[in-house]
Ligand binder design. Structure first.
Ligand code: NAP
Length: 234
């Protein structure tokens, strides 16, 4: 494979594993993150705040100038700022929506023209099972991740006739910095997972890799939960 792949949030956790997956199969990967860090095998890494539309557009422009049309975008960058809704500040709400939802939209909007022109492309949004299972303290996060699902489905219909697929991967409990300090919530979540264990970033990366591959060329507008069975039936 020699795809041009852009991964947001490539510096750590799930995004790092996704970037590494594509690097390992010989793709040209451009990693975007706030810190500008990315796996060493990336063709390029760029420091970008995904909640800033101008920064995102500029980074994608540089990436296209250097590596040609984007074959795959993985909109993965995300944060949590948990708290009970009645005590949640405007800033807590806005920061999570800005990065998780606005950032996903800005990233997708920036790559679509090159994909449509090439009549080829795959956009994969990393959402969460949070909006489907209802985690207390995550009103902002769940709203942002539900928004990503709506964004993906609407976009999927807009570009389906142009050879571009749009899908959502919804991780369950995955071991990363994001879930390192969730305390008792971890045990509560583990009790809800039929497989009885948390997942690893590589478990998400392999499913993203499938969705970006020719094997998934007839799959669009779908949500694939990767969660050890936690959300089954929802
Ligand atoms: P993580 O380890 O905390 O990594 C988050 C990544 O997002 C980092 O690379 C970070 O870059 C980047 N990022 C954060 N804010 C950014 C911004 N404003 N602009 C650009 N990059 C930004 O989190 P993770 O667990 O890998 O999560 C990755 C995605 O999976 C997120 O969308 C998350 O909501 C989703 N998810 C995770 C889980 C889980 O259990 N871990 C479950 C469901 C969904 P810097 O380090 O440079 O700041």
């Amino acid at each position: 494979m020699n795809q041009h792949v852009i991964v947001t949030g490539a510096s750590r956790g799930i995004g790092h594993a996704i970037a590494q997956h594509f690097i390992d199969q010989g793709d040209r990967v451009v990693g975007l993150s706030r810190s500008g860090e990315a796996p060493s095998g990336c063709a390029k890494s760029i420091a970008v705040d995904v909640s800033n539309s101008e920064e995102v557009a500029a980074a994608v422009k540089v990436s296209i100038e250097e590596f040609g049309p984007v074959d795959t975008l993985v909109a993965n960058a995300g944060i949590t700022k948990d708290g009970l809704a009645m005590r949640m500040s405007d800033e807590q709400w806005r920061d999570v929506l800005s990065i998780n939802l606005d950032g996903s939209f800005y990233s997708a909007r920036a790559v679509i023209p090159s994909m449509i022109k090439a009549r080829n492309g795959s956009i994969i949004f990393i959402s969460s099972i949070s909006p489907f299972v209802g985690n207390p303290g995550q009103a902002n996060y769940a709203a942002s991740k539900a928004g990503v699902v709506g964004l993906a489905r609407s976009l999927a219909t807009e570009v389906a006739g142009r050879g571009v697929t749009v899908n959502v991967v919804a991780p369950g409990l995955i071991d990363t910095d994001m879930t390192a300090d969730i305390g008792a919530a971890r045990d509560a979540m583990l009790a809800m997972i039929p497989m009885g264990k948390s997942g690893q970033p590589e478990d998400i990366a392999s499913v993203v890799g499938f969705l970006a591959s020719n094997s998934a060329r007839y799959v669009t507008g779908q949500i694939i939960a990767v969660d050890g069975g936690m959300s089954m039936g929802l």
